[in-house]
Design a binder for this molecule. Structure first.
Ligand code: UGA
Length: 436
């Protein structure tokens, strides 16, 4: 099928490339000329494992191309996916900013030729697809089109495998034509027997928010259990196993940590709360999950202070990992963006390392951080080391070498990567999350 993808951000680029890999002919459109020029040169603007090779392969096979010329790309397409950004609005009220979605609808409308399905891929509040449909009809009353919702469930760092081996595909459609177009697009998943969940459009829109809010709640739940474990001397990793093996609960997303971050959970939980409020309800469980997440970050600061004997002032702290999770360069709403400034404010000096995030970190974190070449360099003369993000590079550190470079052997493992016993063997004072 001929597919046009509007927006070459994270979702648009990964989805467009994977559709090309399926065998469709995909044109990715963006109004950012620099970005398109770079993509044409094979320069991928984000770090996502495997994406550069997949883009190069599909460009070479002539299944994937990049352009700023929206008109021609839309006119030639059987399906147009809208994958532009929906950030939290600048008013800071939690609402999703839909400016880019509606702009895209206005720009697409005049160029629609034969029957076209317009698909919302971006995460958008309930009612957005209907609004897109209204805009298209207003601009081009003769257009032959359907609007559908097809939310994405891609995790950064694992987006390509999530796309190629999804647990399910959700399609929100209102006509048989739209349904069969979307089924044809996802036909390559047929062999894997991937379930296609067909819903109405509003349900599909809400499903995306509900999925992210549920996962965020699951994380906040285990983080609160971890706090309780710390208090009473229990072990949260064993507890997570004990509950996770119950099929009704499931073992995934039960890893305690410094709080969830990223471009999705923080933004989508707030947007879902706003959707509920507008409809006269409050989602108290989601509200509690959001509050618990903020509290978790604050508790991590306290954990560091306690390990340093009650004060961070004058101490040098090494931080390993800055991004909100491994295998990404994304720093948006990363716990490090809250925790590090709080430590600096109390007088700590920070030496940090991250395999991919340093460039973005420089723009988001205080200026007086020293960025190191590697983990050992970051730990030199440090009073404590915080393992903030569980990159593979930090999972098998040479603990004897690390210990020799540090002023005090204090290891604060905010991702429970190491066994407390092992760290003790190497003479470290160790604290994890919920394993005291
Ligand atoms: C999330 C969802 O997992 C995707 O399904 C969804 O498509 C995506 O948002 C989106 O809306 O676009 P992502 O934000 O990339 O994906 O990353 P996750 O792997 O979900 O992790 C989010 C945060 O939760 C990270 O900070 C991670 O460290 C934290 N986390 C995750 C935990 O603290 N514990 C866990 O057990 C799992």
């Amino acid at each position: 099928m001929k597919i046009t993808m509007i927006g070459t951000g994270y979702v648009g680029l990964v989805t467009g490339t994977c559709f090309a890999e399926f065998g469709h002919h995909v044109t990715c459109v963006d109004n950012d000329r620099d970005k398109i020029a770079k993509l044409i040169d094979g320069d991928i603007p984000i770090y996502e494992p495997g994406l550069d090779a997949l883009v190069a392969k599909n460009v070479q096979d002539k299944h994937l191309s990049f352009t700023t010329e929206l008109a021609a790309a839309v006119a030639a397409a059987e399906a147009v996916f809208i994958a532009v950004g929906t950030p939290s609005s600048r008013r800071g009220d939690g609402y999703a900013d839909l400016t880019y979605i509606y702009e895209a609808a206005r720009e697409i409308a005049p160029h629609l030729k034969d029957y076209t399905i317009i698909v919302d891929k971006s995460t958008v509040p309930v009612g957005t697809a209907r609004q897109v449909s209204r805009i298209v009809k207003e601009v081009n009353p003769d257009a032959d089109f359907d609007v559908a919702s097809n939310p994405e469930f891609l995790r950064e760092g694992a987006a390509i495998s999530d796309f190629m081996r999804p647990d399910r595909v959700v399609i929100g459609v209102e006509s048989e034509r739209a349904e069969s177009a979307l089924r044809a697009i996802y036909q390559p998943l047929y062999l894997r027997e991937t379930p296609i969940v067909k819903t109405d459009i509003e349900t599909a829109e809400l499903t995306k928010y509900a999925a992210n809010a549920f996962l965020a709640t699951k994380i906040s739940f285990i983080n609160e259990m971890a706090v309780l474990c710390d208090e009473i001397g229990a072990d949260v990793t064993a507890l997570a196993k004990g509950i996770g093996m119950d099929g009704r609960i499931g073992s995934k997303f039960l890893h305690p940590g410094p709080g969830y971050g990223g471009s999705c959970f923080p933004k989508d939980t707030l947007a879902l709360m706003r959707i509920a409020q507008e409809n006269g309800h409050s989602l108290r469980i989601v509200e509690a999950a959001v509050e618990a997440n903020a509290a978790q970050k604050a508790k991590m600061v306290k954990k560091v202070r306690d390990m340093l004997g009650g004060s961070e002032a004058g101490k040098t702290i090494a931080v390993l990992g800055l991004t909100f999770k491994p295998e990404t360069d994304d720093m948006r709403d990363s716990p490090s963006v809250t925790i590090i400034p709080a430590l600096i404010e109390k007088g700590a000096s920070i030496r940090a390392h991250d395999p991919q995030g340093i460039e973005e970190a420089r723009t988001l974190l205080p200026q007086n951080i020293t960025y190191s070449e590697n983990a050992y360099d970051a730990c030199r003369d440090a009073d404590a080391v915080i393992l903030m993000t569980e990159w593979n590079q930090y999972r098998a550190l040479d603990l004897s070498r690390l210990g020799k470079t540090m002023k005090q052997k204090i290891f604060i493992d905010l991702r429970n990567v190491y066994s407390p016993e092992l760290l003790k063997e190497y003479g470290f004072r160790y604290v994890g999350v919920g394993r005291s």
